[in-house]
Design a protein around this ligand. Sequence first.
Ligand code: ANZ
Length: 801
Amino acid sequence: MYNHKLIEKKWQKFWDENNSFATTNNKEKKAYILDMFPYPSGAGLHVGHLEGYTATDIIARYKRLNNFDVLHPIGWDAFGLPAEQYALKTGNHPASFTKKNIDNFRLQLRMMGFSYDYKKEVNTTDPNFYVWTQWIFKELYKKGLASIEEIDVNWCEELGTVLANEEVIEINGKKVSERGNYPVIRKPMKQWVLKITKYANKLLEEIDNLDWPESLKMLQKNWIGKQDGFLVKWDIKDSNYMLETFTTRLDTIYGTSAIILSPQHPLLFEISDKKLHEKITAYINEAKQKSDLEKSQTSNKKSGIFLGCYALHPLTKKEIEIWVSDYVLSNYGSGALMCVPGHDERDFLFAKQFNLEIKQVLEASNLPFLDDAKHINSEEVNGLNIKEATDVIYKKLKTLKRIKNQTTFKLRDWIFSRQRYWGEPFPILFDENNQIHLVDEIVQLPFTNNIKPSNSTQGPLANIKEWLNIEIAGKKYRHDTNVMPQWAGSSWYFLAYILKNEDGSYLPLNSDEAKKRFEKWMPVDLYIGGQEHAVLHLLYARFWHRFLYDLGIVNTKEPFAKIINQGLVLGPDGQKMSKSLGNVINPDELVLEYGADALRLYEMFMGPITDSKAWNTNSLNGIRKWLDRIDTILNNLAKNIDKNISNIELESQLHQLILDITNNIEKYKFNIAISKLMVFINYVSSLKKITSIEPIKTFAILLSPFAPHFAEEILFNINEKPMQFQSWPIADTNKIINKNPQIGIQINGKVRGQLEINPFWNKDEIISQATSLPSIKKWIEDKEIIKSVYIENKILNIIVK
Ligand code: ANZ
């Protein structure tokens, strides 16, 4: 049994002392290998982190051995609510709590042998870091992409902060905060807003060129939600006003039973019956308490009020009732829609609830019917399908000057302020007239132990009176009491690594030198992390990066060329790991007992990186035993070198192994690569002697990305230089003894010949090779092939008539 405790410590120390993973800058090729940096929670790293981090580490080590300049950094996404709440509970300061957690995380990462360049470490709470977060914010402001707006938000009085929709849950029909279950109400508040909607088209532009999982691209596209549709104009009976409705289904216009306005529609009080104004006001107030998501759900009961007025159908001149309902969103399309109950689910529910006519305009047996079909009850478009009907109606409305094309997006602007303490302060001051002034230098987060939410709608920073108000050149100013959301730092941290100098300082983000470094390193070549960041983090980071591109700071439009979403590591019971289920696996104990190398190998051997898989400590134990076996076998063989024997088969196996490991690493199929290493060791275990030490050395290098300490020790034992002085082996295919499989060729079920096949042939190729064999030809001449069945690497059966 090898002593993992001794060996792992020894090599970690060696790597440290020899700067083995320092970012180099003298090679032709580069690889920027990025992990999603962790939030340093009190719980420490979990085995799920280690899955992604091991995968990137394999690639980073592999690229170094292949003579790439490699940037493989790590850092801390260290602002955030958990630290703040822990601080509130315990009376400690979030900074000291966060520092302690970071120290623990760093130890855990080192213990796993990850090849990070720790000189590149960044921390979003470091003023030297967030001065640039603030700088980017100021640039956004200067370009009109940041502004203060009054908007409806989820307000939690107990927590004293605005919450994101994702942070609000419903219990017994009441909206409460996910943390602590405190009541949440909707109310309008002045908030910083970043105008990400202005970047909607740019954020769609490059998506298809990215090497990302299709599902992830889909999520981003749906979130942005580009919809091409039309604005249709409706006259209002006995009024000079006109209404515009947005539709993506112009073809259904003959099925309109009502026009419905959102509760914030500007014409609501102008066109409705005066007698109803009180009722409408009450309805609007009620609607304010719902979030957009609730309003638009198809399952909810619909609410609404008839406004006592009518629109005139632009084609039939029929009178159509005008209603208000909160399922019509004010910030989508034109804030008004034509209600077509026969062919839209929400309109259908609404019509049922209020007994509106459900008019069918598409041939179907069940309503609501959403698909394509021939139109009915639709005058000149009867018999046409959606596309043709749309064209005809569009042309007609065009001559009537009643229509224009309109694109809308589902994407909403990004609410960018939080009434909290543990975040980046805004680099602005308000003067006495509430005018905004940008602050040139950093605005440091002031130290205070009183981080309780303030009672007003301001953040805890309002408690610090001596910080809040300042006087400059005789003029009075006050700071913004909000801080930025946790997403801010993570929207550009991948650039911060590049800026970080060896002495711990940062190059200015807007310097020429920085630009050169970005040209060298961007885009990120591989980014691995969980699916939970599929939308917000990746969208925000792409937005900031694209903005920096527009400023001429970075030279690529997109930051992440390739992304892999790792699957979940589940508990031994197949459930998501959670404290309450008691199925959380602690990596520290595993490393003590089995060693980091075994843990790394096990996590990669569990299954494809993208799959979810359940934990099994027995298999980890099996991997550890395998390492012990390798240790014994290789030590033995190293003592039995005999120059006079030849071992062509070993050569062949070894070069095949080089091919296999290389290909599987390139395809991120780490579990398959490990199984190939296992097969090779099985073969080697049958050997008594070998000709030279070369195969042992090659094997160690191939194993090293997966089990780096163990592999170093193999090299050390055979007096070879450490891994940082080695290169990835190159397969000599001439040495591989061709062992292409022979398959049997059957004609109508009888074996008539044999064929040696090349693994790269597909079925058609195999059939054409088989049918040109003389032994087969004679059986199929002047016959007709009606079918062929191919069983991989075994049999081809050709049926002839
Ligand atoms: C008539 C119609 C008929 C529609 C039909 C759909 C089906 P997507 O595709 O999800 O983007 N709509 C328009 N403005 C709206 C608003 N402010 N709030 C809520 N819904 C609104 O949705 C586009 C459709 O959503 C539009 O097309 C409109 O209903 C509705 F058989 O118009 B449709």
